[in-house]
Design a protein around this ligand. Structure first.
Ligand code: NAP
Length: 253
């Protein structure tokens, strides 16, 4: 173990959906802890690159549509061959579609499950195959949700995807813990990003949500950084299959 078990110097971390929101916050936090970042997504990574440079880090931008699970897995293989071995995978990219369950469309089901669950699983698998072949340890952190614990409303496919992601995190931990791969998840509470813009615009919903948050504020993307560094580091070597809420106390209520 390194002198500082939270030090990520010399580690390479892939972060999906790193151009904005939680993924950007996590990418910058990992870079600040010393990791080299491979930022993956479908939009410009320039803002994230500038933030990472500011904290003295290094970032590679990789363009990929994570709505195509098999292509995503191939992309990880290419990154491994062309940029180098990955020590850390943060499965962060995700989408949400809202609608009453009674009218929910098949497309809104499939699109969300593809990005949030199938691609996340296939990236875990692609990383584990490479890491095991190379006899290297690895850390995987999946970004779950309060909807990994609760039912929610009008977000059927999102709840299915995030409950599924929590289940898959535990399953993979059971299979891969003895092989040196840690699989854990972070469950963010209500964080101010594009994902929650509609909720924050709805004054009534927003007030209801605020009333239940013991910390008495919405979370910011940087609030997830500490948990992500911890679960990506040697400090978490004996931590497997945990779904760690970072929610301002929401679930304690
Ligand atoms: P966000 O700002 O909407 O970020 C979502 C990220 O995923 C963006 O980088 C987005 O890229 C990327 N993405 C989505 N579909 C993609 C695709 N097909 N190909 C490539 N990239 C794709 O929302 P966020 O809140 O930061 O969400 C990040 C993660 O946290 C998600 O998994 C979300 O479910 C989870 N989460 C969020 C909250 C919250 O309160 N905000 C709470 C719990 C969990 P573009 O910018 O190009 O669309």
């Amino acid at each position: 173990m390194t002198a500082n078990p939270f030090d990520l110097s010399g580690r390479r971390a892939m972060v999906t959906g790193a151009n904005t929101g939680i993924g950007q916050g996590i990418a910058v936090s990992l870079a600040r802890a010393g990791a080299e970042i491979v930022a993956v997504g479908r939009s410009s990574m320039d803002d994230t690159a500038a933030m990472i440079t500011e904290v003295g880090g290094t970032m590679h931008a990789v363009m990929a549509d994570l709505g195509k699970p098999r292509e995503a897995a191939d992309m990880l293989g290419r990154v491994w061959d062309e940029i180098g071995a990955l020590d850390i995978l943060i499965n962060n990219a995700g989408i949400i579609r809202r609608g009453d369950a009674i009218d929910f469309s098949e497309d809104d089901w499939d699109d969300v499950l593809d990005v949030n669950l199938k691609t996340a699983f296939m990236l875990c698998q692609a990383l584990a195959r490479r890491a095991l072949d190379a006899k290297r340890p690895a850390k995987i952190v999946n970004i779950a949700s309060m909807l990994s614990f609760q039912g929610g409303i009008r977000i059927a496919s999102y709840t299915a995807s995030k409950s599924g992601l929590a289940g898959i995190t535990r399953l993979l931990a059971n299979e891969w813990a003895p092989l040196g791969i840690n699989v854990n998840a972070i469950a963010p509470g209500y964080i101010a990003t594009n994902n929650t813009a509609i909720l924050r615009k709805d004054e009534e919903r927003s007030a209801d949500i605020m009333k239940r948050i013991p910390a008495a504020r919405w979370g910011e993307p940087e609030d997830l950084g500490g948990a992500a560094v911890y679960l990506s580091s040697d400090a978490a070597n004996y931590v497997h299959g945990v779904i760690l809420p970072v929610d301002g106390g929401w679930l304690a209520r």
